[in-house]
Design a protein. Structure first.
Length: 261
């Protein structure tokens, strides 16, 4: 069974797969549910796939609260979902929005650099107009409220709000048809953002490129459908469709482009 799971994902996913297998085994042995820390969509997909081989239920908070990052609840087959068990808290960032505006990047920088916490302790940062919110692990909500008092030199206050007050962020995306001589990472980055192959290779070797949320420095890595590629300062994209080959043998692809946050 483990080999079957491994073959569907990359070598870089193996540590996460191993930890996930241990999680499912604990839930089966103890008959008690467990909630994960915040996971990216690629990790959520892995958990949902692994769960099909166990007598358990797998719930993702993103299926109930629209978001990119999610907490996953793994529970015995008899368990009835209580959304409180996800351990999610939505915090509103209050500040003098008449005089300034804080950005997604500024909020992220404060949390990771000033607060010194791990990415897995909070979920999506939601910025719409002059308002901003973030999902956090409920066990750390008070810590966030006590320790985040400034973002980019702007005085702020964090307060709990009901999940029903979640801001709705419209993700800007466009589709684009490209030609690529192969499905190598460097060639797809070059074709998507109209760069030379050497420019794409430099971005990758400089650790400015992520594949499925993990930094990769391998320009020859093969990209599959729905793999998410993030390129610093350029944006994000994933391959939606393979449309056959051109007359000169190049891949005809449709990619979905997302604006940088």
């Amino acid at each position: 069974m483990i080999k079957d799971i491994y073959q569907h994902f990359s070598h870089e996913d193996r540590d996460f797969i191993d930890r996930s297998l241990e999680l499912f085994q604990r839930v089966e042995n103890t008959y008690a549910f467990e909630a994960t820390s915040f996971l990216n969509p690629h990790q959520v997909l892995i958990l949902k796939n692994i769960g099909k081989g166990y007598d358990v239920q797998v719930f993702a908070s993103s299926d109930y609260y629209p978001s990119e990052w999610a907490k996953v609840l793994v529970a015995p087959s008899y368990y009835e979902l209580d959304r409180e068990d996800f351990g999610l808290t939505l915090l509103e960032i209050s500040y003098a929005s008449k005089f300034c505006k804080i950005s997604h990047a500024q909020i992220m920088g404060t949390l990771l650099n000033q607060l010194g916490i791990e990415r897995r302790t909070f979920g999506d940062i939601l910025v719409v107009g002059e308002r901003a919110q973030l999902f956090v692990d409920s066990r750390l909500a008070q810590y966030f409220m006590d320790n985040v008092s400034k973002i980019a030199k702007v005085p702020v206050r964090l307060k709990k709000v009901a999940a029903g007050e979640q801001l709705r962020v419209e993700q800007e995306a466009v589709t684009k048809d490209i030609l690529a001589s192969s499905l190598r990472l460097d060639k797809l980055v070059a074709s998507t953002f109209r760069l030379s192959r050497s420019q794409a290779a430099q971005l990758i070797s400089g650790k400015h490129v992520k594949m499925n949320y993990a930094v990769t420095d391998n320009p020859s890595r093969q990209v599959g459908l729905d793999d998410l590629i993030s390129v610093r300062r350029f944006g994000r994209f994933k391959v939606l469709r393979e449309n056959g080959f051109s007359k000169n043998g190049k891949y005809k692809l449709t990619v979905e482009l997302f604006a940088s946050k």
